[in-house]
Design a protein around this ligand. Structure first.
Ligand code: NAD
Length: 307
């Protein structure tokens, strides 16, 4: 597998490290406008080769990305303290457009994965302007937010996040929707699980978990400047699902065309991911409140779209 990572900052480099350790890629190309940065990251990753998996890692130009199986875009400005993801829209749209113009025609068979923020706005641009069919353009969506949701739920419930099926949908941003109605823990509904394990799950607990999940990035960015481990893991999860044709359900950002009564907007919803990308969007049974929160999230993203 050849995979090119455009943007070799914290997210791009951490993802490259995860990939190298996984042994899934035969070749990783790191690209960045800051060539020195990409070269230094590639050089340091090569210091892992004696002790990790055998992968060819190099810094490269757009031309060097040709014939990639995956193009993963992590380039652009990251949130600073006090900024929302949507504040990055205009600057990152310009950067993304420049990249798409260069890389897409060189790797016509690739699956394009977007991580740059504001994620849903960037994914929409990529769907509209990459020339790829929409199933082959995948935004990292709320794979990360859902992992955070499962972690904080697990903390409260004394459960392993792997035993918790729970989704965050909508914007990868402030208007995201935590779907409490469909949670399943060890095969039980939230209500049954709490009864079985003697847990008192209050309205306040729910609010705390919503707050922790949606504000996690703000807290981490304030303390250490940026977030990168969680998104690197989420990107790995998506790449693995496609490469191994896993047909697994992931809350990725995809183009909605009538699903959830929403049209012509990119938002995160659970979708079956496998070879060739998004195979099917799955429509959860949402409560009326969840539906209206998702519609509100969609409006926020739509109003921010730049075409
Ligand atoms: P960073 O500043 O560490 O790295 C960004 C890199 O992009 C820099 O090295 C910069 O030189 C490079 N770049 C800028 N323009 C480029 C271009 N035209 N071509 C190639 N490279 C270019 O930032 P980061 O922390 O790595 O974050 C990267 C992006 O990922 C941000 O937009 C951030 O908000 C986003 N992010 C998304 C998630 C998610 O869940 N989707 C999570 C964390 C961060």
């Amino acid at each position: 597998m050849k995979i090119s990572i455009i943007g070799s900052g914290m997210v791009g480099a951490t993802f490259a490290y995860r990939l190298l350790v996984s042994g899934m890629a035969s070749e990783i190309v790191l690209n960045d406008v800051n060539k020195e940065r990409a070269e230094a990251e590639a050089e340091e990753l090569n210091h892992c080769l004696a002790t990790e998996q055998n992968t060819r890692v190099r810094a490269g130009s757009y031309q060097d990305t040709a014939d990639s199986d995956f193009i993963v875009i992590t380039a652009g400005m990251a949130q600073k303290v006090g900024q929302t993801r949507l504040d990055l829209a205009s600057a990152n749209a310009t950067i993304l457009r420049g990249i798409l113009k260069e890389v897409c025609s060189l790797s016509p068979n690739a699956v394009l994965i977007i991580a740059s923020n504001p994620l849903d706005v960037m994914t929409y641009i990529a769907v509209k302007e990459s020339g790829f069919t929409s199933n082959k353009v995948i935004g990292s969506g709320t794979v990360l937010d859902s992992a955070r949701f499962r972690y904080y739920l697990g903390q409260k419930l004394g459960a392993n996040p792997k035993d918790i099926f729970a989704y965050v949908i909508g914007e990868h941003g402030d208007s995201q929707v935590q779907v409490f109605s469909g949670i399943s823990i060890k095969g039980l509904s939230l209500q049954t699980y709490c009864k079985e394990f003697g847990i008192n799950f209050t309205q306040q607990d729910e609010q705390d978990i919503v707050e922790k999940t949606s504000r996690a990035a703000y807290k981490i960015i304030k303390a250490k400047g940026s977030t990168y481990y969680g998104i690197a893991s989420s990107l790995m999860r998506i790449v693995k699902a496609v490469w191994r044709d896993e047909k697994v359900l992931l809350p990725v950002c995809c183009l909605l065309q009538g699903e959830y009564a929403l049209d012509d907007v990119c938002l995160a919803v659970p979708a079956v991911v496998g070879k060739d990308g998004i195979k099917k969007i799955v429509q959860l049974d949402l409560t009326e409140i969840e539906k209206s929160r998702l519609a509100a999230s969609s409006k926020i993203v739509k109003d921010s779209n730049i075409l």
